[in-house]
Design a protein around this ligand. Structure first.
Ligand code: XMP
Length: 317
């Protein structure tokens, strides 16, 4: 039977044989997958692994700083790159979900490529691709049109000319977590919900502005920190908030307001391929809704998404 210890031993041995003294570059996302991939490769080749963590301006509140810190504590050779403005300019005016993904993917590759070129003689690109990513990107290419192009999978541009190493390609998410635990990766990274590569850009319906990102970060932070506080975070597979372009009428004191609607989404799932909406307690939802409306300027209504996948998807875009 499969055990994480065996997986680690055999994978580290294979990586040592495969990579030798070569230099490897890896893009960290703050998520479980890229972090576990990094720690595995780090065990095999140490400082020859060069990690790059890009701030695309679409991460959760304070995420970049917090996660960069824990990577450094884990002993990884990691460089943080602030590229927020590049992403915001590329996204300006784009409203179509797939166009947003493409723009983000393109800028990410540009930024990443710039950084990779600064590593002398780098030979390999490491990726945290896991088994469900492989399956979903195959189905994206099917005749039934695009589902969602997961930009972090597969094709790298010719100009990078790097060989690809993907040590987690055969694993499911729960197995990745077990491997991460066995590698003593920080709990704030291992236990975290999946978060999409395009980040908050696909949770802001319509065009992206830094102001909207700021609003959504505050909403998301209230939702997620309450989930953690009430012990519900680990019961849920993924959770987040969506900023809709819908405005609705509200009342604040004796003033009429006309502000945005946000949706909260929390799902249970095994691997993200199918999902059900989480039956979060009404009292919990009431508290989160009140806190959001009282604290976040620009939001006067909160709704809860009760759709399952299929036919809905987890993300709204
Ligand atoms: P959907 O919305 O397709 O999401 O039900 C399934 C899982 O995939 C994540 N997701 C993405 N991850 N790039 C990513 O890296 C993407 O473009 C993307 N779109 C969706 C989503 O967060 C969920 O975990």
């Amino acid at each position: 039977d499969w055990t994480s210890e065996q997986f680690i031993d055999s994978t580290v041995a294979e990586l040592k044989a495969q990579l030798g003294n070569d230099k490897v570059v890896l893009g960290l996302s703050g998520g479980v997958d890229s972090s576990v991939a990094a720690m595995l490769i780090h065990q095999a080749i140490g400082k020859n692994l060069y990690c790059i963590f890009v701030d695309n301006g679409l991460l959760r509140k304070d995420e970049f700083e917090t996660v960069l810190d824990s990577y450094k504590h884990m002993g990884l050779n990691v460089k943080g790159v602030d590229a927020k403005d590049k992403f915001y300019s590329a996204l300006a005016g784009l409203t179509d979900p797939e166009q947003k993904r493409k723009a983000i993917g393109r800028v990410f590759i540009e930024v990443f490529d710039d950084e990779a070129h600064q590593i002398e003689d780098v030979k390999w690109l490491a990726q945290g691709t896991i088994y469900p990513d492989v399956i979903e990107s195959v189905s994206v290419k099917g005749p039934s049109a695009t589902i969602k192009s997961h930009h972090n999978v597969g094709g790298l541009p010719d100009f990078m000319k790097l060989k690809v190493v993907e040590p987690l390609k055969t694993l499911f998410k729960d197995e990745v977590r077990l491997v991460g635990k066995a590698l003593h990766i920080d709990d704030i990274i291992i236990g975290r919900h999946p978060f999409p590569g395009p980040g908050l850009a696909i949770r802001i319906l319509g065009d992206i502005t830094p102001e909207k990102v700021h609003v959504l970060q505050q909403v998301d932070h209230i939702f997620i920190s309450n989930l953690k506080k009430s012990g519900l975070y680990d019961e849920v597979w993924q959770a987040g908030a969506i900023l809709t372009p819908v405005q609705s009428v509200g009342v604040m004191g004796d003033e009429r307001t006309y502000e945005n609607v946000v949706a909260l989404r929390a799902v249970t799932s095994v691997d993200g391929m199918t999902a059900d909406w989480s039956r979060l307690p009404y009292e919990f939802l009431a508290d989160v809704s009140n806190e959001i409306i009282n604290k976040v300027k620009g939001v006067n209504r909160v709704v809860y998404d009760i759709s399952s996948k299929p036919p809905a998807t987890i993300e709204w875009e």
